[in-house]
Design a protein around this ligand. Sequence first.
Ligand code: MG
Length: 404
Amino acid sequence: MADGLNPEGGICAAIIAAGGSGSRMGAAVPKQFLELGGLPLLLYSLRAFAAVAEIGRLVICTRADYLEHTRKLAARHGFTDILVVVGGDSRQESVAHGLAALAASGDEIALVAVHDGARPLVTPDLIHRCLAAARRHGAAIAAIEVRDTLKRAEEESGSDSPRIAATIDRAGLWQAQTPQVARFSLLQEALQRATADDFTGTDEAALLERQGQPVALVRGDAANLKVTHPDDLLLAEALLIRNTPPKDTPRIGHGYDVHRLVAERRLILGGVEIPHPLGLLGHSDADVLTHALCDALLGALGAGDIGRHFPDHDPSYRGISSLKLLATVMEQVTTAGYRLGNADLTVIAQEPKLAPHLPEMREKLAAVCRVSPEQINLKATTTEGLGFAGRREGIAAHAVVLLM
Ligand code: MG
């Protein structure tokens, strides 16, 4: 974030509401924390706002039980000077808490943008245009013109489907999005008035309109969708991939690992437990294949190796599923702006026969890497009895990956 200086004096602040429940998503976590392309939804909004030079202060309103989680998430991604406060039961209440935190921060705030943390595809350009319009008009929101024909429905008794009562003229109709930006004092007044009147609006513009405040419409983007249903997450992921151009320079990485075969250990390869009298020895679950893949990914990022990231003297990694290590490595890949193009993996083992297990291993690795199984090629070979693998003393794995 830059200093957020504004020619009229005072800084621009943003409140990101991340307090909603995941009820309609059928998920246990609030939807703002669901994963999109390997990262929590909320992080995308944070990054977009942090990339806008005019924004000098960011506030996240979240559920009380997610306060620490949110602080850690923000800090882990380099956002250290963000205010994280407890939201309320409604968006209006959350915004009121956010405004109170801003008022108490000592910052002189000219404009405040409110954004729904479940809209991950907001762009710095749209935020900037909303701020510019609010500076001119006092208040402005992102919105898109209604494209579909609108019907008013009425319930018909005895029928399981409602029927059309009327067709609404869509001329002049817009769908409100966020960000919604207003002069700080205007939004404060509008909220205080709504609270006093016991009025609940579904967005900030509704509160400002009640005050007679003109609110400008800024042409938003259909891609700035609100993730409400599981389908929205799929759509958002597809748009995210479309919006992420391949890097100019793809990066290649190679990984190689060996683990010793011993009695009384489980044999885990590619996240799959394979019935065998011997298993691989190691601090984690000793999944040699997944380790080779992690090393290839870290190699492509120029980020060292698995031992550096998950040291074998750290008790928190004892017995851990290596798929969890892979998920953490993939988060680094995503954070660096890359995605996995393809991986080619080879396991070298004299026995057991691995062919029957390869499809399941491929599925598991692909799911963690968030690619389709076709992007992961998996091979198994023996060494015709030669060397340590041939003598059944250990299993080795090679991995080659391309990041784009
Ligand atoms: Mg290893």
